[in-house]
Design a protein around this ligand. Structure first.
Ligand SMILES: *[C@@H]1O[C@H](CO)[C@@H](O)[C@H](O)[C@H]1NC(C)=O
Ligand SMILES: *[C@@H]1O[C@H](CO)[C@@H](O)[C@H](O)[C@H]1NC(C)=O
Ligand SMILES: *[C@@H]1O[C@H](CO)[C@@H](O)[C@H](O)[C@H]1NC(C)=O
Ligand SMILES: *[C@@H]1O[C@H](CO)[C@@H](O)[C@H](O)[C@H]1NC(C)=O
Length: 498
């Protein structure tokens, strides 16, 4: 379950002045639509200008950055700051223009990979999920993995602990009442316990009302974990408000596996290759991974997603976050072949969920479209207000290659979606209407080279003007110091790719 990592922090300059509307306070827009309209790059400036490396900062040996760097312009400044967090539990604030380190803090000694029995995430496991900034309070929220008592490891798996930090910007000092230790029974199955040592926080954090919501998966599918969804209040001293297990009784494997070393806890982790949850008001949407056993699909017959199930394996799930921070299951979609996907290691949860702009992407009876996909390569188009339950879906699009990143969108010039499976082309599909009036996406073009597919396409436009859309995906550099920025312009309509 590894997505892109960075050995060095890169920053490319394009002669653009810092503007706060280009800040990135979380991994993408809250709907995960991928569209950021108010940017000041247009295709012409990309074609005509050469991108040069503006600055580069080296990390410590064995330090890895999994989380997306955030960009933040504090209200008292007019220059952007870049915030990075790492596998060593190191938080850095860097001047966006000069690359100068302004502030750094190591939160606690990180958890050691030897105690996770998994080296997928490098030799230490500190901060792996993208944090989120609350711009009203200038507070940065993040999960950090270490050991109980803040000691250095290795100390064994069960000594591991997850804490949610709330750090004031720019001092990086703790908000009073934080950090909050996450630990305890799942409320939908009290015998299933959140054990910090056995789980990994990878999906980007979401903020809903007064709650910070996060998903947890496993380390290489080791241990008796089940995927967990956790809400913690932003209000000091309220603490954890909800812990929900993705596999619970009845339906989860019986008898419950109580030997923590045995990987039969049900699984269904939430990791999404690091993507965030799609948020629409008080609704959150996310994907879950492979599970153990057949779960609730007793009959194998189509089922309504509004009827709650206790085994949310290989699903697109929709919960609401109540005002007092309770997480309530509302709806789900589960592909008909989820057991075959379990058996083949074709994890549905390797990409998150995208919610599209409801003014453009709609059709008869469908106001809000949700999209997800996973290692099987199949992209599922769903009605966000009625996900489909077991085996019902609006449309599916098959690709040979696995999706390890989400779908981006451009709600202008007709409406397009973009996705880039692993080592495959960047595909563009346009929304049309089928003869029954329902939305139907049709292939509009693809890039003329393959890309690594490790990041969700982000589409920007020059202050929303027609003809200025740019789809951006991160191209991982392998073995070389300088990455070539690809400029593939002619094959995908309306959108330039570089
Ligand atoms: C895993 O085992 C531990 C230790 O016995 C137990 O507390 C926990 O509830 C188990 N996990 C699950 C998901 O059942
Ligand atoms: C837990 O399972 C492991 C691996 O199967 C085994 O070696 C160990 O003895 C078990 N522990 C207990 C307390 O049963
Ligand atoms: C689940 O549903 C599928 C599709 O209908 C069916 O092939 C499979 O046998 C079902 N599994 C169980 C355990 O009933
Ligand atoms: C892809 O298209 C661009 C823009 O037209 C062109 O410059 C480039 O040579 C093409 N690359 C390949 C591999 O065809």
């Amino acid at each position: 379950m590894v997505t892109f990592w960075l050995k060095t922090v890169w920053f490319f300059a394009s002669g653009i002045q810092a503007r706060s509307h280009t800040d990135s306070l979380q991994d993408a827009d809250s709907a995960q639509s991928g569209y950021l309209p108010s940017h000041n790059l247009c295709p012409k400036s990309i074609i005509n200008s050469k991108f040069t490396l503006s600055w580069k900062n080296d990390l410590e040996p064995n330090e890895i950055i999994f989380a997306k760097p955030l960009v933040y312009t504090p209200p008292w400044l007019n220059s952007e700051q870049v915030i990075t967090v790492s596998s060593l539990n190191m938080v850095r604030i860097i001047d966006g223009l000069t690359g100068k380190l302004l502030k750094s803090r190591i939160l606690a000694p990180p958890f050691q990979a030897v105690d996770a029995r998994c080296t997928e995430a490098g030799s230490t496991i500190g901060i792996t999920g993208t944090p989120i900034i609350d711009p009203d309070s200038s507070v940065l929220y993040l999960y950090s993995k270490g050991y109980k008592g803040g000691v250095s490891g290795p100390r064994g798996t069960l000594a591991g602990q997850y804490k949610l930090y709330a750090l004031k910007l720019p001092s990086l000092s703790d908000v009073s009442g934080f950090p909050v230790v996450v630990e305890g029974p799942a409320e939908n199955d009290k015998s299933r316990y959140f054990l910090g040592g056995t789980v990994l926080q990878r999906a980007s954090l979401a903020s809903v009302g007064n709650s910070i919501v996060a998903g947890f998966a496993g380390h290489c599918d080791n241990f008796n974990y089940t995927g967990m969804l956790v809400a913690v209040s932003k209000i000091p001293r309220v603490g954890v408000t909800s812990i929900v297990a993705m596999m619970a009784s009845p339906g989860a494997p019986q008898p419950q596996e109580l030997n923590y070393t045995v990987a039969k806890g049900g699984k269904a982790g939430i990791w999404e290759s690091g993507m965030g949850f799609a948020v629409d008001d008080d609704r959150i949407f996310f994907a879950t991974g492979n599970g153990d056993g057949p779960g609730d699909n007793g009959s194998g017959l189509p089922a309504n997603g509004k009827k709650a199930i206790s085994t949310l394996q290989q699903t697109t799930s929709n919960f609401i976050v109540t005002r007092n921070g309770k997480l309530k299951q509302q709806d789900y979609f589960q592909p008909y072949n989820y057991q075959a996907l379990n058996a083949a290691g074709r994890d549905f949860g390797s990409a998150g969920v995208t919610l599209l702009d409801e003014d453009v992407f709609r059709g008869r009876g469908v106001r809000r479209i949700a999209i997800s996909g996973g290692k099987s390569g199949r992209i599922y188009i769903m009605n966000g207000d009625d996900l489909g339950g077991f085996a019902n879906v609006l449309q599916s699009i098959d690709n040979a290659k696995s999706l390890f990143s989400g779908t981006g969108s451009y709600p202008r010039e007709g409406g397009y979606i973009y996705f880039n499976p692993l080592a495959d082309y960047l595909y563009a599909y346009k929304i049309t209407l089928a003869s029954n009036g329902k939305p139907l996406f049709v292939l509009a073009g693809k890039s003329n080279i393959t890309l690594n597919g490790r990041s969700t396409p982000t589409i920007t436009s020059f202050y929303g003007r027609i003809g200025t859309g740019i789809s951006r995906t991160e191209q991982r550099c392998i073995g070389t110091d300088i990455c070539t920025l690809n400029r593939e312009l002619d094959k995908v309509p309306q959108i330039s790719i570089w």
